[in-house]
Design a protein around this ligand. Structure first.
Ligand code: ADP
Ligand code: MG
Length: 513
């Protein structure tokens, strides 16, 4: 069963509270029990025992007087003893029996249930003694009447005294028994109370110890449950400092562990977002720079294009006119032709560069149509074929059928031409260009353009696609930059793998149409 943190801490403290409550309740309960016990003994049994002791004494004295009557020769003494017995004894005895009975009835009110039968029995004993003393008075009176005369009939008197003494004996044994049972009851109650007090004492010392132990345990559990909070705080502050790699690492499945996992997930999401943001920022920066460069270069190219074309036209016209001009020597004519041809070559090159600039600056959004990569590549290679042959280079192709793309044919053709031209420029005679087009999976198509050329130095890899980056004399450094823009505008990607001195492969990925 999995308990939440709050429940665990709450339960811990609830157990402590219940334990302390139980200790207090137990103490109060036993205290009350002892109070009842003490009251029973001090206000009840001790009083009853004293009363019975007094009754016992009266009864003993009376029995002694009765014994004296039997042998007393003096009639005066007999009369005095009889008067005493008649006058004091019945009143005193009745008074004591009455007060004993009343005490017993009062004790019944507060005696615990277990003691009630005993107390009721004692009360009944007092009643019984009362009836028996009444009977005793009648028999005593008969004996006293016989003994009051100066010359009593001794035979009759002795018989009456015998009966009286018999009754006295039975009465005093009853009283003794009652006294004894009260005394032993008192001893028993006192012993019981002492026992209970001892037990209570032990419990009152032990239970708080247990309660404190439980409390410490609850505190320990709470502290243990809360320990991961420290780890959590450390982890979160690491994340705050931007260290998204470190996992917070709280195991388990309580709230803190769940929170830690959430933080880990958050750190991961943050990291992803940050790298996305960085990439976006870089793209934005590149786009901005391209736009600025594009504007300036378009302006420059525009300014140059018209004069350049008029220079070209004029050179062409000059070349035509040269045919009709008379030179002093053939060498002179050749030299003039040669100079014009080189001017024309430079003009062509400059025109090409300005065209490149203008293309980059005013790259229109592609107008896409359903095309097939195999057909497009075959056409482009068809153009390039002759140039390669002349340069002593071989072309190998591996083109799969059915590679549909949605593309602006002119723009993609430009990309392939750029890459193939770069490959040609990187190779020396004897090299091989390999063009491969295959489906990567159900959604993507791949084009590989590999050469066995000089390769790319690692430090150049980063800047390869930047506009104006070139390692070639007279290069514009616009080919790859333009190619990348076009490929991305087609929802594709361009990448490069290269080994210096061995060759280079450009890998293009397009979504299948
Ligand atoms: P350019 O061809 O005008 O130099 P590009 O943008 O086409 O400009 O190429 C930029 C640079 O990338 C080149 O100058 C060259 O250093 C490097 N490069 C491109 N393609 C290759 C390749 N196939 N082999 C080796 N280097 C290459
Ligand atoms: Mg190039």
């Amino acid at each position: 069963m999995k308990l939440s943190l709050t429940t665990r801490i709450f339960l811990g403290y609830a157990v402590v509270l219940v334990t302390f409550g139980a200790v207090s309740g137990f103490s109060v309960f036993t205290l009350r029990q002892n109070q009842v016990e003490i009251r029973l003994v001090s206000e009840g049994y001790l009083g009853l025992s004293q009363t019975v002791a007094a009754i016992e004494t009266f009864q003993a004295n009376q029995a002694k007087d009765t014994a004296r009557l039997r042998d007393e020769p003096s009639v005066e003494t007999r009369k005095a003893l009889i008067r005493l017995a008649r006058l004091y004894f019945p009143g005193l005895m009745a008074g004591r029996l009455q007060s004993g009975k009343e005490t017993a009835v009062r004790v019944l009110d507060f005696a615990p249930d277990a003691e009630k039968p005993f107390v009721t029995d004692v009360a009944r004993k007092f009643d019984e003694l009362k009836t028996r003393f009444a009977e005793y008075e009648i028999v005593a009176d008969q004996a006293f009447s016989l003994l009051e005369s100066p010359n009593p009939d001794w035979e009759q008197a002795h018989a009456a005294l015998d009966r009286l003494q018999q009754m006295e004996n039975s009465l005093s044994s009853t009283i003794r028994l009652l006294h004894g049972s009260l005394e032993s009851r008192i001893r028993e109650r006192v012993r019981l109370t002492q026992d209970r007090e001892r037990r209570t004492g032990v419990a009152i010392i032990m239970l708080p110890v247990v309660a404190i132990g439980v409390g410490l345990l609850a505190t320990g559990i709470a502290a243990r449950s809360l320990r991961p909070v420290r780890t959590l705080i450390d982890g979160v502050s690491r994340i705050r400092r931007g260290d998204y790699e470190a996992k917070i690492g709280v195991d388990g499945d309580d709230e803190i562990a769940v929170l830690a996992r959430e933080f880990d997930a958050m750190a991961k999401a943050l990291k992803e977002r940050e790298s996305q943001l960085q990439q976006k920022q870089q793209e934005l920066l590149r786009a901005e720079r391209l736009a600025a460069i594009g504007r300036v270069s378009a302006q420059v190219a525009h300014e140059i294009r018209n004069p350049l074309s008029s220079i070209g036209l004029n050179v062409e016209m000059l070349q035509e006119q040269l045919e009709d001009v008379q030179f002093k020597t053939v060498e002179e004519m050749k030299e003039a032709k040669h100079m014009l041809a080189s001017v024309m070559r430079e003009v062509d090159r400059l025109t090409e560069i300005t065209e490149d600039y203008l293309r980059l600056a005013r790259l229109p959004t592609p107008v896409k149509r359903a095309e097939d990569l195999k057909r497009m590549l075959e056409e482009v290679l068809g153009f390039a074929h002759e140039e390669f042959e002349r340069a002593g280079l071989e072309i190998v192709t591996e083109l799969a059928d059915d590679l549909p793309v949605s593309a602006d044919e002119g723009q993609l053709r430009q990309v392939f031409l750029n890459l193939i031209r770069n490959a040609r420029e990187a190779m020396s005679p004897g090299g091989t260009l390999t063009v491969k087009a295959i489906p990567r999976d159900t959604r993507l198509l791949e084009v590989h353009i590999s050469d066995t050329g000089v390769g790319i130095a690692p430090e150049h890899r980063e800047k390869l696609f930047e506009p104006f980056f070139t390692t070639k004399q007279g290069g514009t450094g616009l080919g790859l930059s333009l190619s990348r823009q076009i490929v991305e505008a087609h929802g594709g990607q361009i990448d490069v793998e290269s080994t210096l001195g061995r060759g280079t492969t450009f890998i293009l990925v397009f979504p299948r149409a």
